[in-house]
Design a protein around this ligand. Sequence first.
Ligand SMILES: NC(=O)c1ccc[n+]([C@@H]2O[C@H](COP(=O)([O-])OP(=O)(O)OC[C@H]3O[C@@H](n4cnc5c(N)ncnc54)[C@H](OP(=O)(O)O)[C@@H]3O)[C@@H](O)[C@H]2O)c1
Length: 282
Amino acid sequence: MTIAVTGATGQLGRLVIADLKAKVPASDIVALVRDPAKAADLGVQARAADYGAPAALEAALKGVETLLLISSSEVGQRAVQHQNVIDAAKAAGVGRIVYTSLLHADTSPLSLAAEHVQTEAALKASGIPFTILRNGWYTENYTGSVPAAVAHGALAGSAGEGRIASATRQDFAEAAVAVLTTEGHDGKTYELAGDDAWTLAELAAEVSAQTGRDIPYHNLPEAEYAAVLTGAGLPEGLAQAIAGWDVGASKGALYDTSGDLKRLIGRPTTPLKDAVAAALKG
Ligand SMILES: NC(=O)c1ccc[n+]([C@@H]2O[C@H](COP(=O)([O-])OP(=O)(O)OC[C@H]3O[C@@H](n4cnc5c(N)ncnc54)[C@H](OP(=O)(O)O)[C@@H]3O)[C@@H](O)[C@H]2O)c1
């Protein structure tokens, strides 16, 4: 049974390939990548598969039974790109597609939701058996800014008292591998989030506890937080998007208590304190 993974040279894709290799023979795994030269270290067959090149996608999907479609990072182009993959999978006779969507995509206020909703609809219309993994936020989205918060003596954001049920990429990767390698997931939508939800003030308190320094959380109006991010060197559009997602988090967009993730991976999700410790180690 051949399992193919798109975005296999990305951060999530690399973890999925590594975990898959522990579960199925490497000869059953195909890495679908934009640049095969970047896949040389994956230890599995790599095939060129750019989301924007439909003919090559169909060729790359020949003989694939199960496909993990990791959502593209090219925000704004994703609905078309994912449709290309789904169409190519149909033409190539792929038996099952597992797709990484967004937590509560159908009701989420986040600007990212629309493309995921379109892709979920395309999957349903394709007639190919599918499973939707609605991934919540990666804990690394926040712990990535821990070193900067320590350097500046404060953590900034616009998420207010919003609780964030994040999990690590490793947690989400293991969930994807569980779904790829076991039966009974067809037609299902999983809301994947961490066991514990935390506020940005609680993240700052955890950083303070682990560093022995006082790192307060400064909640800022959306435009002010976007300006902080632009000042730190982020492009304006991205800075505004991130600030907007924080406002979404303040309204509960990243909160979930379904427990789907811990059930799929068969263990508790990674605690925030462990992710903070990893970020502080560098
Ligand atoms: N849940 C969250 O918190 C969160 C956060 C960020 C992103 N995401 C979503 O989850 C996905 C996986 O996350 P990640 O951390 O692994 O992101 P990542 O490291 O940025 O990886 C994105 C992957 O998409 C591939 N890609 C981009 N454009 C492509 C194209 N035109 N054709 C084929 N492949 C293309 C990239 O290929 P290359 O390796 O060649 O660059 C890369 O492998 C992201 O793409 C994004 O949709 C989720």
